[in-house]
Design a protein around this ligand. Structure first.
Ligand code: T4K
Length: 378
């Protein structure tokens, strides 16, 4: 086949993107939103918002939840609600949101390196970073891999620090049967369109201390305490009723969603396990996974091809994997000159080599086969 004909065939195939939003059957959604046309109640903590809170408390196995218009605003306002000052120890191996939420609160992120096992914060390096200005630790359960919760708890108690988990990737995961939202002082979830569970855009904070809940409620509604008293400098980050209905519907299908993702992940593993120069992740015994991402780390010296070459080859075939999380947040242009990336060498090493392959519930196993075939035939 000539190269041109091959290219035409490829470009006529539907592109495979890194993910694809899950949606409920259209009728299910439209049936639910009909009543909004009677009430004309569109936002400001409406009935669907309240219903979704209850549904999520049950599903996530948490005591309290506060919903937001997106995960980023949830995190930013949580940091404000907790009155943190000074420095926050965090990871650079994450999405922009984690670091920006610290900086936008006027605080200084102090970057801790990650471990090369599951790419979460390297807990052996946290204590050396603590100064008299440190007030919190903000780790990320990156790709849905759970941080070393026990060690982080031990360090936080020893130095009297708050712990906020960025669990944007960890919806519905459990550790030894306990919902992931139960750890630390508070946990942020993202319900963005690209996540395992979505409310179109959306997010939530789970927490144990009810005072945090009161603060969050106010801060997401301009700091309004009552109609005649505004005693907080709040923002507007409320989840609206259309988002909440999407969440209610999607939650009904979440078990099937995760199980389909698991099938896709297992297919990837069947191809990519035990290949020299390729590192993939496996389930851990005590963790109930949500199969959020499928990161693969390519060691060019052993595999023969770099992450960038693999990414480009897939692109030629109309397959769009993503380099999550490259570049590291401590190398972003907006932070130029502020942080020393050499202090997080493992994060730098992984960020240059990792590629997250397409993963979503309706990704066909034939497509997974094709993706792996292209990678292995390089
Ligand atoms: N903390 C962490 C660790 C996070 O990863 C994130 C978000 C946050 C905090 C903040 O949470 P949110 O404020 O977003 O709730 C995407 C997402 O926009 C972002 O939510 C996510 N992390 C990040 C890892 O991925 P991009 O810039 O890669 O998105 P984009 O537009 O390139 O979309 C990626 C693919 O998703 C597309 O190729 C196709 C698919 N897609 C996208 C959209 C927008 C859909 O299937 N449907 C859609 O509606 O950031």
């Amino acid at each position: 086949m000539s190269k041109l004909i091959f290219e035409v065939i490829i470009m006529n195939q539907k592109p495979i993107l890194v993910t694809r939003s899950s949606m409920p059957p259209l009728e299910e959604y439209t049936n639910e939103i009909k009543s909004i046309w009677d009430t004309a109640w569109l936002t400001n903590i409406g009935k669907f918002h309240k219903q979704l809170e209850q549904d999520l408390i049950k599903y996530l196995g948490v005591d309290n939840i506060s919903l937001f218009t997106n995960g980023h605003m949830a995190l930013e306002l949580l940091i404000q609600a907790m009155n943190l000052t000074g420095e926050v120890i965090t990871t650079p191996f994450t999405f922009a949101s984690t670091t920006h939420s610290i900086v936008r609160n006027g605080l200084t992120p102090v970057f801790c390196d990650i471990n090369s096992d599951d790419y979460t914060m390297d807990v052996t390096k946290i204590e050396k970073l603590i100064t008299d200005k440190t007030t919190a630790i903000l780790p990320v359960h990156v790709y849905g891999h759970i941080c070393n919760i026990n060690e982080i708890k031990r360090i936080a108690s020893k130095y009297d620090l708050k712990v906020i988990y960025d669990a944007a990737h960890t919806f519905g995961e459990k550790v030894n049967g306990q919902g992931i939202g139960r750890f630390g002082d508070a946990t942020m979830f993202s319900f963005h369109a690209t996540k395992v569970y979505n409310t179109i855009e959306g997010g939530a904070i789970t927490f144990s201390n009810e005072n945090i809940g009161k603060q969050l409620y106010k801060l997401k509604n301009f700091g309004i305490e009552s109609q005649e008293m505004v005693d907080g400098v709040g923002s507007n980050a409320k989840m609206n009723e259309f988002q909440a209905v999407m969440g209610i519907c999607n939650l009904r299908h979440i078990t099937e969603e995760i199980s389909k993702r698991k099938t896709v992940v297992e297919r990837y593993r069947s191809w990519l396990s035990n290949i020299n120069g390729i590192k993939i992740m496996y389930d851990k015994e005590n963790i109930q996974s949500n199969y959020a991402y499928f990161p693969v780390v390519f060691d060019e010296k052993v595999f023969g091809f770099s992450r960038n070459e693999v990414c480009d080859k897939l692109k030629e075939n109309n397959i769009f994997a993503r380099k999550y999380f490259y570049p590291l947040t401590n190398t972003f242009d907006c932070y130029h000159g502020k942080f020393n990336v050499n202090k997080t060498p493992t994060a730098q090493h992984i960020a240059k080599r990792v590629l997250t392959l397409p993963l979503y519930a309706d990704l066909s196993l034939e497509d997974v086969d094709r993706i792996c075939d292209i990678i292995l035939k390089l």
